[in-house]
Design a protein. Structure first.
Length: 225
């Protein structure tokens, strides 16, 4: 069975795949639910987050079209999954999905690549929260979104932002106000062009890469000059 984006749909019928549509802010599953399915995002976007003991939400990732949700090997799900807008997914029963993977080396390789990408994004998040300032964190985030769009062969002139500024803030562990100031600063410096609140065009990628690789872009996490 081929896997990844549209190619994965070719083998959907043999796995008993079901389609599921979610409305904005509707949950796919909740933290602590039993894991019974693997999900593939067809359109829209899904926010993954954990509820902390304090009641605060910590976003741990965003899933975009062509990406899997639930590839971990646990009986209980460790996070919540919530649609960020109108979203369509394909749902695969867990055991048939794993059986198909074990019998198809190419399929298994694609799943390995998917998990590797998840780990890479997790490492980037740890680096952003632990070492980068606000400007460096946002620059790395935008470049990462563009790379994911490119991996799905989407036009990368415009990077879609299905998440809000507040979602980005919760993901990078900075304030909403700081995220907004960084976007405004990047726009003034000619690094990006903002297209509404849900789209951005990366104009000066070299400068953004330089900022992303720096632990201190000159933009402190609490304030942007």
């Amino acid at each position: 069975m081929a896997c990844g984006g549209a190619a994965c749909a070719e083998g959907a019928q043999q796995l008993g795949c079901q389609r599921r549509k979610l409305q904005p802010r509707q949950h796919l599953f909740l933290q602590g639910d039993a894991q019974s399915h693997i999900y593939l995002v067809q359109s829209g976007a899904v926010c993954l987050y954990k509820l902390m003991r304090s009641g605060r939400r910590q976003i741990v990732g965003f899933k975009l079209p062509g990406e899997f949700i639930g590839l971990g090997h646990e009986e209980r799900l460790r996070f919540c999954a919530q649609a960020m807008g109108p979203t369509e997914l394909r749902c695969f029963a867990l055991q048939p999905f794993l059986a198909a993977a074990s019998g198809d080396p190419r399929f298994l390789l694609k799943l390995y690549e998917s998990v590797s990408h998840d780990l890479s994004r997790a490492y980037e998040l740890v680096l952003s929260v632990g070492q980068r300032d606000a400007g460096s964190s946002v620059a790395a985030f935008l470049l990462g979104l563009e790379a994911r769009a490119r991996a799905q062969r989407e036009p990368t002139d415009l990077v879609a932002l299905p998440m809000s500024r507040g979602d980005i803030a919760d993901y990078l562990s900075i304030s909403f106000e700081t995220v907004s100031r960084v976007f405004t600063s990047f726009k003034k410096r000619g690094y990006i062009a903002l297209l509404g609140r849900r789209g951005v065009r990366l104009i000066d990628r070299d400068s953004l890469r330089t900022i992303a690789m720096s632990e201190d872009s000159g933009m402190r996490r609490a304030a942007v000059s």
